[in-house]
Design a protein around this ligand. Structure first.
Ligand code: PEP
Ligand code: MN
Length: 263
């Protein structure tokens, strides 16, 4: 069902009034995690003003260390919902288990499946049944075939609202957090009708490399990007080193506008 032959014209997903796919370039921005109402609102205000169309922020955080900030959970979801009202931005946030998928679906406009859960088949079946748009991130060690099979799980339950997200894979390289596989973008465009976006933040782990890779993502045909932005990255509770400063995000938005006209 993920195969392009089922929908040669390509899938466009409508999130409120925001289309993802087709000839649209969709910008998702926000902090790695919801840290407090005050902080989320500050970042949301900045990204909205600079042209982001969707707000991101994790409430359930799948952290590598159990001692790192784990997210505000339902409290975080409530803050996201308040930000949606205040700034008129749809929200995307992660579900980390079949158990929290229901509550995430109550608040989110798009349910994110993170890299660590790309092959959590019970979670995939669950979001297949929930019928809400899903942002399916590529597993850090997943082939493109594995990734499309993960999408197939969701599709097989009748949920066709899937946005694929390349976020970097594990390679021998250690100077970056992950290796962003941009070849995946034109490959997916051939193989599947699903929209595909790029996450240059987790894809590099390095703030200064986010802008060039986001530009490259749009130039090679991505339907959008999801990028971590924080109003005070140096004080972020997670992923500060890869979060853009507001001024960098402004510059990125300008650059992408120019590139999208050319592509
Ligand atoms: C995220 O987007 O907040 C995240 C945890 O990403 P990933 O699953 O790609 O590491
Ligand atoms: Mn993050």
């Amino acid at each position: 069902l993920a195969n392009r032959k089922y929908k040669p014209e390509g899938t466009i997903i409508e999130v409120g009034s925001i289309p993802i796919g087709g000839n649209n370039l969709t910008i998702i921005a926000g902090p790695c995690a919801v840290e407090s109402k005050e902080r989320l609102f500050k970042t949301a205000e900045v990204v909205k003003q600079m042209g982001a169309q969707i707000l991101r922020g994790g409430a359930y955080k799948p952290r590598t260390s159990p001692y790192s900030f784990q997210g505000l959970e339902e409290e975080g979801l409530k803050i996201l919902a308040q930000a949606r009202e205040e700034f008129d931005l749809p929200i995307v946030t992660e579900a980390t288990s079949p158990e929290n998928a229901d509550i995430v679906a109550q608040y989110a406009d798009i349910i994110q499946i993170g890299t660590r859960n790309m092959q959590n088949f019970e979670l995939l079946k669950k979001v297949g049944k929930l019928g809400k748009p899903v942002l399916l991130k590529r597993g850090m060690s997943a082939t493109i075939e594995d990734w499309l099979n993960a999408a197939e799980y969701i599709l097989s339950f009748g949920n066709f609202q899937i946005i694929l997200c390349e976020r970097g894979i594990r390679t021998i390289e250690r100077l970056t957090r992950n290796t962003l596989d941009l070849t995946a973008i034109p490959l997916i465009k051939d193989l599947s009708h699903l929209p595909v976006i790029v996450d240059p933040s987790h894809g590099t782990g390095l703030r200064e490399k986010v802008i060039p890779m986001a530009r490259a993502a749009v130039a090679c045909g991505a339907d959008g990007i999801t990028v971590e932005v924080h109003h005070e990255p140096d004080k972020a509770l997670s992923d500060g080193p890869q979060s853009l400063y507001p001024d960098q995000f402004r510059k990125l938005m300008n650059d992408l506008e120019i590139i999208s006209v050319l592509t």
